[in-house]
Design a protein around this ligand. Structure first.
Ligand SMILES: C[S@@+](CC[C@H](N)C(=O)[O-])C[C@H]1O[C@@H](n2cnc3c(N)ncnc32)[C@H](O)[C@@H]1O
Length: 297
């Protein structure tokens, strides 16, 4: 098993990866999931996740007292699923999406060209945003900090670029918050083993959803709230929920085989079992997705 050495002394400056070709994605301690993030399956995943999550996320976003011409940052924007929805939700806002996967940025620019220049995309790292202090009213970071080390440094960087009284809005995944009807193989065994081992091997916290409150509190953030978006077989169309798990299977089974005691074949079988559960109208599955929000003092 390959292990990544995470050096806590390292100051994360520009040591991230410019990913232009997913097959040649170069993994660093700051970007352990570079290959999976740039894979075709991730494009499908982000689309399905946005379809599943956005309807429940809108009321959470509407809580923020934003100026009409709000400046919004979408940090780790991927293919622009949320950046574009933010630009539509706040029709006079300017939205900047940043990411380190050039193919995602290109796709986002092409897909959402009609929203330019109010919506723009740039190659920047969440560790070093290359933005002035307090230059945004709202900093959004969705589905990112579980996949990279130093989530605390990313939150500090987001807080730095957000104005006093502005907001952080963070989807912090937690892989202890997925539950499926019992099956054979039983998904419970998979979720008990895979995220912990994968996180240890990659220097990431796949349970950061339960730690984000403490990270924000340690940074002195105010009005911290943790809400939950419930992606389950009642609230979300089953094909949409299934598409998320299919994309995870296609993008991650190989790495799970490499980083955990679960083989690639076994990981695929577990994912197939989860997909069958979701597709079966008599069975139930749920993914609880923590959404953290906070005000910058
Ligand atoms: C799971 S995707 C989420 C994309 C988007 N936020 C969404 O909700 O659809 C995670 C994204 O974080 C990006 N990412 C990872 N490390 C990054 C870094 N250091 N700086 C900027 N983006 C990063 C990946 O390239 C990927 O596009």
């Amino acid at each position: 098993m390959r292990r990544y050495v995470v050096c806590v002394q390292t100051i994360p400056t520009a040591r991230h990866t410019r990913v232009t070709d997913p097959t040649r994605a170069f993994v660093t301690d700051l970007n352990p999931q570079a290959k999976q993030m740039a894979d075709e399956s991730m494009v499908r995943n982000l689309s399905a996740q946005a379809q599943a999550i956005w309807p429940q996320e809108v009321p959470l976003l509407r809580r923020y007292a934003l100026p009409s011409e709000a400046r919004i940052l979408d940090a780790g924007c991927g293919t622009g699923e949320a950046s574009s929805r933010l630009a539509e939700l706040f029709p006079r806002a300017s939205v900047l999406g940043i990411d380190i996967v050039d193919s995602h940025l290109e796709l986002a620019r092409t897909r959402f060209a009609e929203l330019a220049p109010r919506l723009s995309f740039e190659h920047r790292s969440v560790f070093e945003l290359q933005a002035a202090d307090r230059s945004f009213d709202l900093a959004v970071c969705r589905h990112v900090i579980h996949s990279i080390p130093y989530p605390d440094r990313v939150m500090a960087e987001l807080a730095r670029v957000t104005r006093r009284g502005g907001y952080l809005h963070v989807i912090a995944e937690d892989y202890g918050m997925l539950h499926f009807s019992r099956g054979a193989p039983d998904p419970r065994d998979f979720w008990h083993e895979a995220p912990a081992s994968f996180g240890t091997a990659t220097g990431t916290d796949l349970f950061v959803g339960r730690h984000i409150f403490g990270i924000l509190a340690n940074l002195g953030m105010e009005d911290i709230a943790i809400d939950y978006i419930v992606v389950d077989t009642i609230r979300v169309p089953r094909p949409t929920f299934a598409a998320i798990i299919e994309a995870w299977r296609d993008g991650y089974a190989e790495a799970i085989g490499e980083f955990t005691r679960i083989t690639r074949e076994s990981a695929t079988a577990y994912f197939d079992q989860m997909i069958a559960t979701i597709r079966d109208p008599r069975r139930y599955a749920v993914w609880m997705v923590p959404v953290a929000s906070a005000r910058v003092p």
